[in-house]
Design a protein around this ligand. Sequence first.
Ligand code: NAP
Length: 248
Amino acid sequence: MKLLEGKTVLITGASRGIGRGIALVFARHGADVAFTYRSSEEQALALEKALQAEGVKAKAYRSDAADFEQSQQLVQEVLKEFGRLDVLINNAGITKDNLLLRMSEQDFDDVIRVNLKSVFNMTKAVIRPMMKQRAGSIINISSVVGIRGNAGQANYAASKAGIIGFSKSVAQELGSRNIRCNVVAPGFIETEMTAALDEKVLDEWKAQIPLRRTGKPADVANACLFLASDLSDYITGQVLTVDGGMLM
Ligand code: NAP
């Protein structure tokens, strides 16, 4: 059964990793997919083709989610091209890890801007069209680190915790308009973001995971699929961890 037939989704940061995984699963479920990237043009265009091969409409947009003006313009362009917008997935994110003693102001500001301010920029841009449609699902990608913190990631943890407070507020403000807003908090997912970690750190993480394996982008994508589809019609303001049981 295709769960997203007739729906248009917009995903930020889908040229690789989790965003790419979400785009592929959503296209297989019949969604038309607009997605953004910041610099990986070749990968973005390859994904655009792969999505179109699933028989859906798909388009890649170069757009910096941390930039307010670009985000407003992006949503206008997507609406013009696709005619409607049912689901927004705020996935774009970066890390600039360091112990607080060594963390620069720039590294703090950059991570907050790309990970948290972007969620404000994009959500602000979609709520008017979603209010007009009297329906919408907004899914924000946080992290288990936003819930429990992590040494060496104070900037990242703050941005990901901020997403949770923001999302619950949006869920309360817009519930009466039938706009839902939920958070997915992945644990350890194999992407370029985690590829830099050494074997020892990886083994330490795995030892804390009851399911004894790291996650794949498709694991996160399937949780997003549920929250994007009408199957989750009565669910809003929730944080769904996708972490192999690490945080229970
Ligand atoms: P990734 O492999 O590094 O991919 C990040 C994506 O975001 C890329 O497509 C990148 O585009 C895009 N991006 C970065 N900055 C952007 C900006 N300013 N505007 C638009 N797009 C931008 O990361 P990932 O592991 O898939 O992570 C995706 C999300 O999941 C992030 O929010 C991350 O914090 C969260 N998360 C990941 C894990 C994990 O274990 N991997 C765990 C918990 C949460 P370019 O390719 O063009 O740079």
